[in-house]
Every structure is written in C-alpha cells, then in structure tokens.
Design a protein around this ligand. Structure first.
Ligand code: ASP
Length: 332
C-alpha cells in the first residue's frame, strides 16, 4: 500500500467512525437553524459579486448531479480566468516588486485538501491545488516547487502582470514610494473568491483562490492557501470560507473557528458573526480590518457576516440566483 492510499484509507476510516454526529450537536444545530431559511440541496455560495458567474459554472456541475468538489473547482476557474478581476488569477494585482503570485486551496467532504501558495505564471492555481490533493501525499506546495509541479503536470501558463496591471503598479510605485515600509491596507483590494457547495448528495466542498493583498511584501502568504484559515470543511458539521485581511483571519484560524462554532450549536449565521466578534477582539487598530466569513451547515443553511459593510455573496439554489448583502458589525 502506498503512502497516499494509506492516508486516504485512514481518512475514510475516520469518516466512517464519525458519520453519525453527536446527538447534542445535531439537536442544537437543528433548533438554531430553524431561525434561518433551510435551503434545498444543492446549494452554492461564493464571495462577492464575481461569485454570480462562478456559481453559474458550479451550477452546471451540480444540476447534473455532479460533485460539490467539481462544482467549486469549476466556479473558481471562472474567476481565475477573468482578466477584469484584479484580485484573483490572471488579472491579479502584483506584489510591491511587480510580480503576481497566486494562492489557492480546496477541500472536500472527506477532509481531503490541497493548496498552493506563491505560485507565479500558472493560469489555474485551484486546479494545481486539486491535483496536489489527488496525486501526492502532500497538502501544500509553494513557490518554485509549486511552479515546478504545475509545469511538470502541464498546467496552462500565463504571463503576468497584464500590461494594464503593470502600468498601474508603476504608477503606484512612483506615487507611493514612501509607503514602502508599510503596505497600504485598503478594503477595495481584498476580493478573494471563496466558494462553498453542497451537492445533491449532501456532500460539502469548498475552494478559495486569490492574488492576495495588492502590493504585498514579496513572499507574503495570506489566509487563502491555509486550510483552517481561508477555508475549512468538516462534513459532520459544515464548511466556511473567508475573505479580507488575511493576517487577521489567520490570527483566529478563521474558517476553522466558524466550523467549530457550528459544531457547538451555532447556526451558520451565528457562527460567522461570532468569528467576526472574536477577530475584532484581537485587534486594537481597526484600520483596514475588513473581513468576511461565509458558511454553510450540514443541512444547507447558509450564513455570512463581515466586520464592515460592503461584503456580499452570491447564492444559488434550485429557485434562487442572487447577490445577498452580508450583515456586518460596523459601517465605514
Ligand atoms: N484574504 C486574502 C488575503 O489576505 C485577500 C482577499 O480576501 O482578497 O490574501
């Protein structure tokens, strides 16, 4: 038995052992979630308005009975290909040296996960993350190693930054040379796409992909490639994704925190709010502290909450396709 197979069999064994959620957790979740609309399966939610297009691609998979894993990957690829999007994929903003480095991760209902960080010149980081998950004994590859892996496996290459993004960067460099010691924090340059899907069989998966914080220090990784920070799924409970200032999300292991709060009886909405409260409590300085969480519980109820106003998410179900404003703690 190879190591990968062993790890997988191990995971299946664990899943089988926990397949029946604890009675207490189940009762609490059911009770609390009655306050929220119970959504019929399948369901897909994705951060920000670019989530609408991503959901369309994911829905093509889900409506044919496909898996939530294929759905979130298909959705993420749409945003990664969008040259108008300045925070994800090919059109992403560079770091302060002018290089576009991409982060992504993916996780499924068996707690399998894959991740790439600091990946340059590859069109679909989300698919590289999935390939790592499916074909190696590892979870995460970064930098040159991730690039080497992607090239060896014939992933499509791209040239970044786009010419217009390079022009913007040059302008920024000229104007903001003084900010060189302290990267500018601006809620407008945080726009990761995070996606969660529950398929017709009730299986939950999630993905997130980003170019990270615009004009970040070279080498910086945010929450988005980190399982437990930017994304976490536990089929026994639900899943969560994060967007916003990655450094603050990492501090509270954001997505994992949301899932654990649901495990302890909070609804998806209450869990997102409580995670935001905790995140705020860890920061004396609220400057630029925009973060948002999205969650789905094992019943298909969804929740969202952000620190400041302005966060929205795209919701897709059998009878809904809409952009929903998230509740928030405070206004700009
Ligand atoms: N969370 C991402 C990061 O910090 C940014 C974003 O959400 O746009 O890299």
């Amino acid at each position: 038995m190879d190591r990968r197979k062993f790890v997988r069999l191990g995971a299946v064994g664990v899943a089988a052992a926990v397949v029946k959620p604890s009675l207490a957790a189940e009762n609490l979740s059911t009770e609390k979630s009655q306050k929220f609309v119970a959504i019929t399966k399948p369901v897909m939610i994705s951060t920000w308005n670019h989530g609408l297009e991503a959901n369309k691609a994911g829905w093509e998979v889900l409506k044919k009975g496909g898996s939530s894993l294929d759905a979130v990957e298909a959705g993420a690829r749409v945003t990664e290909s969008d040259i108008k999007n300045r925070s994800v994929g090919i059109g992403g903003m560079p770091d302060r040296d002018g290089n576009v480095t991409l982060d992504a991760c993916i996780m499924d209902w068996e707690s399998r996960c894959g991740s790439v960080g600091y990946l340059e010149g590859i069109a679909h980081p989300i698919s590289v993350a999935r390939h790592i998950m499916d074909n190696t004994p590892h979870v995460m590859l970064v930098g040159l190693g991730a690039k080497k892996y992607a090239l060896k496996n014939k992933f499509e290459t791209i040239k970044t930054p786009l010419p217009e993004v390079k022009e913007e960067w040059k302008k920024w460099k000229k104007e903001q040379a003084e900010l060189a010691k302290k990267p500018e924090i601006n809620h407008e340059n945080h726009d990761t796409i995070g996606l969660l899907a529950m398929d017709a069989d009730g299986r939950i998966s999630g993905a997130c992909t980003t170019s990270g914080w615009a004009y970040k220090l070279p080498g910086r990784l945010g929450d988005s490639p980190i399982i437990g920070a930017g994304l976490f799924i536990d089929q026994e409970v639900g899943g969560a994704v994060a967007t916003g200032l990655g450094e603050s999300i990492i501090r509270i292991a954001g997505a994992h925190t949301v899932v654990e709060l649901m495990r302890h009886g909070r609804s998806a909405q209450e869990a997102c709010k409580e995670a935001v409260d905790r995140l705020i409590s860890k920061h004396k300085d609220m400057t630029g502290l925009q973060c948002g969480f999205l969650a789905v519980d094992k019943f298909g109820n969804v929740g969202a909450y952000s620190v400041f106003n302005g966060f929205n998410f795209a919701l897709r179900t059998n009878d809904k396709e809409e952009l929903v404003d998230a509740k928030h703690d405070r206004s700009w």
